[in-house]
Ligand binder design. Structure first.
Ligand code: ADP
Ligand code: ZN
Length: 719
């Protein structure tokens, strides 16, 4: 027998199929979709078996081994890979690799071992009359065939020993997993009428894509759990996607409380061993519900009954930094089509794209307009920092400090957000808040320190940094900069009696810290939680009644056409952490742009108004969802070659694409990385028949070139 193997060639992202002989000892294990090790010139490489044939006319080398025989790509995933290849113009091999976690790859020297644990079963042949503690041990076997040593030791080590010497129990080794989830007494609240309506609609309408638009604290998570429970009752599995940042211990806790060991959680805080175990529980069908970030959409479940994408607007669902540039939402829809199951896209601030589809009835719109107990949404105050800075020269406004103090005095807690996105790469006027923008693109200019130039990364426009503000003519242009650490120090000086907890990448990187911090804040061991985006999402603390945003604007200044949308989302999300239970909540937003609609619309929690305003701008400037975008990134160590090829590519695109706006080539946002220069070409189009063929030819032409790399990203998030 002969196997066709798609071989993973090191450093080359191209597809090559090679035939190998299947040695007799592997015949049983070699199936389509299995990962194998094969000889390749003088090396050993990995690959996937894609076909099995009877014979070959030429002499072939033999397959060396099967890597992790349990873990294969099934028929659905094999054809899904082909779909991704087509949609993203990526090599098939990269589409298969992305489906399996890195921890499962057989990197030499980092083999992960399975863990084993001792279990016992009853020896039916031995009969005797047990004493009372011995009976307690034997009773454990009434409902279970095998019981772990750990559990029996907890009852009585000495009785266990006696039973073993009597040979009443037979030991065996069983594989154990590094993680387990304890099902706890979970008081399931009766669903509100709105929640019930949502659940009933999904039941009735079945396999469709739904957009669940629910304000923060409207009980979306509770709806997800109900829908999953119904899928479970039908013997079906579920996938829940959550952005990494909101995959908090709180979220996992809620699911594990209700579903216990039926869940598997996949997130970046897992060790390789833990991840390995979680994946195997999924493959084996022991877990029925996966909660995870983007790549969990590939969970190799059979019989999927429900797919949920929480915070569907999050840009983390698109893989931007490596090939294939896939969107987990597209994959979710594709898988749902295969399994005939619903997909629920949930958010308090749906992406413009999804909301537009819902309004066009391409998605079924479900709405949760109120908080669970019909609590009012928190009252939002917007503080104009242009005025404040003149008076206090501090980044804390007086009203924010006053409110913090009042909240402390009521025995309630505060969350403070430092908006780190887009921090300090732009130039702002300290006097009037003016930010330098591109005259052609409505995008903030990026400050290049080395050359003292402000540049537009969309069209290439550049201007020298001036020392006075073009708006108010004061000599007060600067790139702002302050970290959470500095703010923490200042807060401690202002409120020496109070306990301040800082949560950011630095303080949560140690394993288990994130969970511990959340627990101790919940137990009111701290009065104030200060942090970056990490505090904005997915947290549910009933005693938090004040949320403060120190700098709402920074994310407005990112050179990205979605910066308004991202800012609005973030502010509305973080505002949603306030007053979630029975106490009234408040929000203070500090900004230099109090009249910008992305900030002003937060005041009334008015998503729909924001949506309409933003859609108008997108239409005018020809951005999504009115136009589709493609970003073509060119990179090379040879600057002259890069420039020449970039122009050549643009010329050839112009020749074939007649209904497309072609922008650039212009230097990328990060122009030089590790001595490699990067250029970008942006395509905007509504309908372009020739697009796929043209891009495919471009990809084909450059994929084996060494000196210049071309990366094509359809529907990009970042440029
Ligand atoms: P969202 O995901 O929309 O932000 P959650 O599902 O986290 O909302 O619900 C907000 C809070 O309300 C949570 O503490 C949750 O336990 C509680 N909750 C949700 N649904 C109900 C209900 N039907 N009855 C009582 N409490 C509920
Ligand atoms: Zn521009």
């Amino acid at each position: 027998m002969v196997a066709s193997v798609l071989v993973e060639l090191p450093t080359k992202n191209i597809d090559r199929l090679f035939d190998y002989q299947i040695p007799p000892q592997l015949e049983e294990k070699i199936k389509i979709g299995v990962r194998v090790e094969v000889p390749f010139s003088s090396r050993k490489l990995e690959g996937f078996v894609l076909a099995i044939k009877d014979s070959s006319s030429v002499e072939l080398k033999e397959i060396i081994a099967v890597i992790e025989e349990e873990i294969t790509l099934n028929e659905e995933l094999l054809s899904l890979g082909k779909y991704i290849k087509k949609e993203t113009l990526s090599p098939l091999i990269s589409c298969y690799q992305v489906m399996l976690p890195k921890a499962l790859k057989a990197k030499k020297g980092t083999q992960i071992h399975k863990k084993y644990e001792t279990y016992y079963r009853l020896n039916e042949k031995i009969e005797f009359i047990p004493n009372s503690t011995q009976k307690k041990i034997l009773d454990c076997f009434l409902n279970q065939e095998v019981v772990s040593r750990k559990k029996l030791m907890e009852i009585s080590p000495s009785s266990l020993k006696t039973l073993l010497t009597k040979q009443a129990l037979i030991p065996l080794q069983k594989e154990s997993y590094r993680l387990s989830y304890e099902k706890k007494e979970d008081i399931k609240p009766p669903l509100t009428e709105d929640q019930q309506k949502v659940v009933r609609t999904v039941e009735k309408e079945g396999a469709k894509t739904y957009l669940l638009w629910g304000v923060t604290g409207s009980g979306k998570t509770e709806v997800y759990m109900e829908l999953i429970e119904q899928a479970l009752k039908k013997g079906k599995t579920s996938i829940v996607l959550v952005p990494e940042i909101s995959l908090t211990p709180q979220m996992i806790e809620r699911f594990s409380k209700r579903f216990g060991n039926q869940i598997a959680a996949l997130h970046s805080a897992l060790s390789d061993g833990e991840r390995y175990d979680e994946w195997r529980r999924i493959y084996r069908g022991e877990a029925k519900i996966v909660i995870g970030a983007r790549s969990a959409v590939f969970a190799p479940f059979q019989n999927i009954g429900m797919i949920i994408v929480d915070e569907e607007h999050s840009d983390s669902y698109k893989q931007e930094d490596s090939t294939p540039h896939y969107s987990a939402i597209d994959i979710a829809k594709k898988r749902a089509e295969y399994h005939h199951c619903p997909v629920i896209l949930g958010s308090a601030t749906p992406s413009l794209d999804s909301f537009a589809r819902a309004l066009k009835k391409r998605y079924h719109l479900l709405v949760l307009p109120n908080r669970v107990h019909k609590q009012a949404l928190p009252e939002v105050t917007i503080v104009d920092m242009n005025q404040e800075m003149k008076k206090s020269h501090s980044y804390f406004s007086r009203v924010l400090l006053e409110k913090i103090n009042e909240t402390f005095n009521r025995g309630e807690q505060v969350i403070l957000l430092l908006n780190r996105r887009g921090y300090a790469s732009f130039v702002t006027c300290k006097n009037c808040g003016y930010t330098m923008k591109c005259p052609h693109c409505d995008i903030t200019l990026t400050y290049h320190k080395t050359s003292s130039v402000l540049r537009c990364h969309y069209c290439g426009y550049a201007t020298k940094v001036q020392d006075s503000c073009p708006h108010c003519h004061e000599k007060s242009l600067s790139n702002l900069g302050m970290g959470t650490q500095k703010i923490e120090e200042d807060l401690k000086k202002i409120f020496p009696e109070r306990k301040i907890l800082r949560m950011d990448i630095d303080t949560t990187s140690k394993k288990g810290m994130h969970r511990k911090m959340i627990e101790s804040f919940k137990n009111h061991e701290y009065d104030l939680l200060l942090g970056t985006q990490i505090v904005a999402k997915g947290l549910d603390f009933e005693n938090v009644t004040l949320v403060g945003v120190i700098n709402a604007d920074t994310s407005l200044n990112i050179p990205d056409f979605r910066s308004s949308e991202n800012t609005f989302d973030l502010l509305l999300q973080v505002a949603g952490r306030s007053g979630r239970s029975h106490k009234k909540g408040e929000v203070i937003i500090q900004t230099f742009n109090p009249n910008h609609y992305a900030i002003a619309d937060v005041k009334n929690h008015d998503y729909y108004k924001f949506y309409q305003q933003e859609m108008q701008i997108r239409k005018q400037l020809k951005y999504p969802p009115y136009y589709y975008l493609v970003y073509i990134k060119l990179s090379s160590k040879d600057y002259t070659l890069l420039e020449k090829e970039a122009l050549k590519i643009k010329k050839s695109l112009e020749k074939y694409l007649h209904h497309t706006i072609i922008l650039g080539p212009s230097p990328a946002y990060v122009f030089k990385v590790k001595d490699t220069y990067r250029y970008g070409i942006i395509l905007k189009y509504q309908q372009e028949e020739a697009l796929y063929d043209t891009l495919q030819r471009l990809e084909e032409h450059y994929k084996s070139q060494k000196l210049i790399k071309v990366d094509i990203n359809l529907n990009p998030i970042h440029f």
